[in-house]
Design a binder for this molecule. Sequence first.
Ligand code: ZN
Length: 103
Amino acid sequence: MLQTTLTCKKCGSTALRKNGSLKGEPKYQCTACRYQAVFTPAAARKAVQYAQVEQLLVERVSQRAIVRLTGVSRPTIVKLAKKSAHQPTPPSATEPAANAGVG
Ligand SMILES: [Zn+2]
């Protein structure tokens, strides 16, 4: 099943209808609260990729390796690296990454 369930970011309703497009991305409007935005699965995928990139940056993986592993372009990785450099490192790191298997 390729059907993706999109939910409104404001009220959580799934009653969305297509409402034109923005820069080629389909735009949706929530019929419950009239909130409208681009709800693309691609955006969610990118968010996951970026989180992965930031995790790899924390582990001091080289940028070229990150490009290979995640498919995120190098300029984007540089941008994320600069962004994360300004944030204080999280005190978490609860579990040590067991056998990442990156050769
Ligand atoms: Zn809504």
